[in-house]
Design a protein around this ligand. Structure first.
Ligand code: AMP
Ligand code: ZN
Length: 467
């Protein structure tokens, strides 16, 4: 029985989709104003493992992850650089998708962008104005929390008293609000040259929360199965999404809410503002493979915090190398027809343990332990000689199943980048450097890095190796 901790009920609940056999899920995506860090990728990789496991269980999954490309930071940066929002975000969207691919995270079925869903946001805001759950003040539009008594049901925050300023992410606007808890749906933009959109209630730009309400409901319907994100999004982001969505439709918004715990560094949250964040690219440039980083990110269950260390990452590197080698050794086995009941037994025990672990609130740590038990058993068995062919096929089938969910055995060798393609890119990079086009040369280095190719500039020219 598949169970998840549902933040909405605060309990571990059996997962029962709204429609049999089908799962509609939404994961809050990145704000594309900079490179994402590996803390962010812990959350996105959790989303990926979740959707992969639902597919493994036979569900027909629609998986949506948005791109937040309207945000004060983006607008300010773009204005400073005198470029458009699209020009500002384009390189980070490319980088994000490259990083996701390098980490083995599958593409969402839909990757909507906030800038392309302004009319949908305007519609929701208009509905809220019409039914009295929103109001205008100084040209901006706010959600009226007193009209939504369920406010606080997700975060389980007791809203007695004035909580403005109680959390760093509470919207403490300078504008006049009826209640300090009210949050902006639409922010007035007076300056003609500043980024803004026309709406029946005035030119402005959307608040962050309304973006996710609009994009999730557009692709998944007014009520859907799963909404996921990092633990910090519980409040106010997800609480506000619920208020806006349920306030405008009168229906349950998402049945299950899943929140991934943080990647920490020495007990601090990994974040850009604390200066302790590592981008995926930075870590890969230090010689680590994306596969090991993925392994590290899922090595703890999503409900537990995980402390990042380079020591830990080195350990993950050794582990993924061992897993790759194990698959290779098994594939090379050719012990003749037949099967050894002990091997068949070890395989079926490992598959059940793997599924039980993931059924139990997606416990990836226990799922990995089940895989390691099998690897140890079979490695011991291999010291007596190659596996018989039926056993070899059974082990490989189990490994494919594990890999389809966790993606930690890497690609088959043949899917790796060909030597000649690598050489071609290196040549192009040398050319770019000769032309002093360092942006292009760095781009190529990064492009290779995300594919696990590490470059070393030596006196004798460029050397490369697979990470
Ligand atoms: P942002 O781009 O800031 O909107 O964040 C994208 C996602 O990363 C959100 O779901 C955050 O909750 C999540 N996140 C931010 N920092 C961390 C961290 N240190 N560990 C895990 N997830 C994080
Ligand atoms: Zn969101």
């Amino acid at each position: 029985m598949l169970r998840f901790t549902n933040t909405l009920s605060g309990e571990v609940e059996e997962f029962v989709p709204l429609e049999e056999g089908k799962v509609r899920m939404y994961v809050c995506g990145p704000t594309v104003w900079d490179f994402a860090h590996i803390g962010n990728f812990r959350t996105f990789t959790f989303g990926d493992v979740l959707q992969r496991y639902l597919r493994y269980k036979g569900f027909d999954v629609t998986y949506v992850m948005n791109l937040t490309d309207v945000d004060d930071r983006i607008i300010n940066e773009a204005a400073k650089k005198k470029i458009s929002i699209d020009e500002m975000t384009a390189p980070f969207i490319v980088a994000f998708n490259e990083d996701m691919a390098a980490l083995g995270n599958q593409d969402p079925d839909v990757q909507p962008r906030a800038t392309e869903h302004i009319p949908e946001m305007i519609d929701i805001i208009q509905k809220l104005l019409d039914n009295g759950k929103a109001y205008e003040s100084d040209g901006s539009i706010y959600f009226r929390i007193t009209e939504f008594p369920a406010y606080g049901k997700l975060a389980k925050i007791n809203f007695e008293g004035n909580i403005a300023g109680g959390s760093e992410r509470v919207d403490t606007d300078k504008y006049d609000k009826e209640d300090a808890r009210d949050f902006a749906l639409w922010k007035l933009v007076e300056d003609e040259d500043a980024t803004g959109w026309d709406a029946p209630f005035g030119r402005g730009r959307p608040g962050w929360h309304i973006e996710c309400s609009a994009m999730s409901m557009k692709y998944l319907g007014e009520t859907f199965d799963i909404h996921a994100g990092g633990a910090d999004l519980k409040f106010p982001h997800h609480e506000n999404e619920i208020a806006q969505s349920e306030g405008s439709t009168g229906k349950l918004f998402s049945k299950y809410w899943l929140h991934g715990e943080f990647l920490k560094v020495d007990n601090d949250t990994m974040s850009k503002s604390l200066g302790n964040a590592h981008t995926l690219r930075d870590v890969m440039k230090q010689g680590f493979s994306a596969l090991a980083i993925r392994y590290m990110l899922i090595s703890a269950p999503y409900k537990k915090q995980l402390n990042f260390t380079f020591e830990g990452l080195k350990g993950a590197e050794t582990t993924v190398a061992r897993l790759k080698q194990f698959r290779r050794l098994v594939a090379e086995s050719n012990g003749g027809d037949g099967s050894d009941p002990e091997v068949a037994e070890a395989v079926s025990k490992a598959v059940s343990a793997f599924e039980n672990a993931l059924d139990d609130d997606l416990n990836t740590a226990r799922a990995l332990a089940a895989i390691h038990d099998l690897v140890s058993d079979i490695n011991t068995r291999l010291t007596d000689g190659p596996l018989m062919n039926d056993d070899r096929d059974a082990v490989l089938k189990a490994v494919d199943g594990f890999n389809s969910v966790l993606g930690i055995f890497g690609e088959e060798e043949s899917e790796e980048m060909l030597d000649e393609d690598i050489e071609k890119l290196i040549e192009e990079r040398q050319q770019a450097r000769a032309n002093r086009d360092f942006a292009r040369s760095d781009e190529i280095r990064d492009q290779l890095a995300v594919r696990g190719i590490i470059l070393e500039d030596t006196n004798d020219g460029v050397r490369w190796k697979r990470g």
